[in-house]
Every structure is written in C-alpha cells, then in structure tokens.
Ligand binder design. Structure first.
Ligand SMILES: [Zn+2]
Length: 255
C-alpha cells in the first residue's frame, strides 16, 4: 500500500460525511493518508474547515468563497475570512475562482468576489486555492494581474493553460479524473507538468476515481489516482506520494 499521502483538497465538512465522519477520518491513516487540507467553499463551510483542523492534528484548513456562492456573500465577508485566517492551521484562501459551466452566480459578481479574495490572500501573505471551470481566459487574466502563490485545483484546462499556470509559479492539483476513460486531455497535462509542481487531491465527496466512479469519494481512494500518475510518469507510486506530499507542504507552507 502507498504511504505518506497528502490529500491537498478535501471537503470533509460536507453533509455526505455526517453519518460516519469521525470514524472515516480516524481510519485514513490505515489507508496511507498522512495529511490533508479541508477546503472551505463559503463562510459556513470555511468555519467548519477550521473546526476540523482544530480537532484533528493531520488536517489543515483553507477558508474562502467558491464562485457558486459569490451571489450571496454578506457585506463583511472579507473581514470574516480574515478573522478565520488568523487561526494557526489555516494555510490558504480557497477555494476561490470562476465557474462558467454552472453559472450559479452572475459572472460579473464571480469576478469581483474572486479578485477581492486574491487581494485578501496577498494582504495576509497566504497562498490561494483556485477553482476554474470553463473560464480559463478570465481566470488567467486575473491570476496574471494579481500574481498569487498557490494551487490551481482539479485542473481541467489545456496544456497551454497549464503552462501559463506553471509560469506563474503555481502548483497544479489532479483528482480521480486522471483514471477516467475519457481523460485524454488531462493525461496530456499530467505528462507535461513537472513532478515537482503537481499535487494529488480527492475533491471528496466528489470525483471518485475508477473503479469507484460515482460513489462517495474519500482520501483512501487516492491510491488509485496516484497509481495512474505513477504509470504516466514512469516512476513508482510511492515516489509520486512522497513527491506530491513534499509539494503540498511547500505549496501550503507547512513545516
Ligand atoms: Zn473543491
């Protein structure tokens, strides 16, 4: 079994874990998972992320407002995020970004909330966790303008976009999508991205890798994602776990 795994992007505050959260989290060590970052998607889930990081020594937290939730942020949301970010184990502002696939929030509003949080991260000296779906051009424009440090998670863009992300000094996160049959484009990106700039993540409870596709995902399933990346890169799965663990610690400035 692969050991020393860092799940760089998880949502264990999600309702889907309400029935067995404690038991599941405590079992992860036996599945080779050493560390994880729980990612906020609005103020409530950010607060729950902080709570998880307080309760479990192997969990870090990110706080931020996802583009889906940009539509109803309270006026003082930046102050609230800043307050939460003072917690010792909050390691990033995220997830933040643009989602033009679902368009749950008007695009103009998504852009405003994204840029405000990029500025907050700069002010606090924290890295960011970026969500971008069907919005590569606008995402890259804002990243080039604000030049944050951090991670573009669940990368779904082209190799050209990935090269631009790397040029900005950022890391790229890969999920169980790399195991999907129709993942040709993502596999090309995995091939191109240097080992020292990639992270592995579940984005759980979503994005379960094959053969669990469609089921509730958890960090134990990263074994499959790592095996696939190892196959593409031509190194051992354990090396992928060790390298991506180191990268995640660097990206989140841990230790
Ligand atoms: Zn996520």
């Amino acid at each position: 079994m692969i050991q020393n795994i860092f799940d760089s992007h998880a949502h264990y505050d999600d309702r889907k874990f309400d029935g067995d959260r404690e038991e599941l989290l405590l079992s992860l060590r036996d599945s080779g998972v050493r560390l994880l970052t729980n990612i906020g998607s609005n103020l409530q889930s950010s607060a729950r992320s902080v709570e998880l990081s307080r309760r479990y020594d192997f969990i870090y937290a990110a706080v931020g407002v996802h583009p889906h939730d940009a539509i109803d942020v309270p006026e003082d949301y930046l102050e609230q995020l800043e307050q939460m970010a003072k917690e010792q184990k909050v390691v990033a502002i995220g997830e933040i970004g643009l989602d033009y696939y679902y368009d749950f929030s008007p695009r103009e509003m998504q852009k405003i909330v994204f840029e405000q949080q990029l500025r907050l991260a700069k002010k606090l000296g924290l890295p960011v966790v970026i969500h971008s779906r069907d919005a590569a051009a606008d995402t890259m424009e804002l990243l080039k303008k604000r030049r944050p440090k951090g991670i573009v998670h669940c990368f779904s863009g082209s190799t050209e976009t990935a090269k631009e992300v790397l040029k900005l000094g950022m890391y790229i996160g890969f999920t169980g999508v790399v195991t999907f049959k129709n993942a040709r484009k993502t596999l090309e990106v995995v091939e191109m991205v240097p080992l020292d700039r990639m992270l592995v993540e579940t984005d759980c409870p979503y994005m379960a890798p094959e053969p669990f596709r469609g089921k509730r995902c958890d960090s134990a399933m990263l074994q499959k994602t790592i095996e696939k990346i190892a196959e593409i890169k031509g190194i051992s799965p354990q090396e992928v776990a060790d390298i991506t663990n180191r990268n995640a610690c660097r990206a989140y400035e841990i230790g």
